[in-house]
Design a protein around this ligand. Structure first.
Ligand code: AMP
Length: 129
């Protein structure tokens, strides 16, 4: 287990296992720095996840600790993936959950790419907001 700033990285999380090839994924794109694959429980006609090839829990962890080459390579791969999915013209949304308020389920940084239909408002309004 790698520990940084009290943020433990769990080597057994499902995306670490996908990166190690221990469980399959429906791959969309792969580079030296990133892997993109279809979400197992899609919430839009196109729902793809992009993950960096390194042990980072969140965007804050990643941008604070990853080498510049990996940070650039990862974000480049997110853009390439959106283009490869044919979403440039119609548009798409990217989203990265971090921590409990955002309901992050998998503790390995991932960017969701949603598209394929109009996506509605950015956030669901909660009572009292
Ligand atoms: P988050 O709530 O941002 O952590 O999202 C985690 C996402 O990972 C969810 O949308 C899940 O459907 C997705 N997911 C979990 N396990 C797998 C898997 N084995 N392959 C593809 N997507 C997965």
């Amino acid at each position: 287990m790698t520990v940084r700033n009290h943020q433990p990285y769990d080597e057994t999380n499902v995306f670490a296992r996908i990166l190690r090839g221990e469980i399959p994924c429906r791959r969309v794109h792969e580079t030296e720095h990133a892997l993109a694959f279809h979400d197992i429980n899609p919430q839009a006609p196109v729902h793809v996840l992009v993950i960096p090839k390194g042990p980072y829990v969140s965007l804050a962890d990643f941008t604070a600790h990853a080498p510049a080459e990996l940070v650039a390579g990862f974000f480049r791969a997110v853009g390439e993936t959106a283009r490869m999915l044919g979403l440039e013209e119609t548009g798409y949304r990217i989203l990265a959950n971090a921590g409990p308020h955002a309901h992050q389920e998998v503790p390995h940084l991932h960017v969701h790419i949603f598209g394929g239909r109009p996506l509605g408002p950015m956030l669901t309004r909660l009572p009292g907001n």
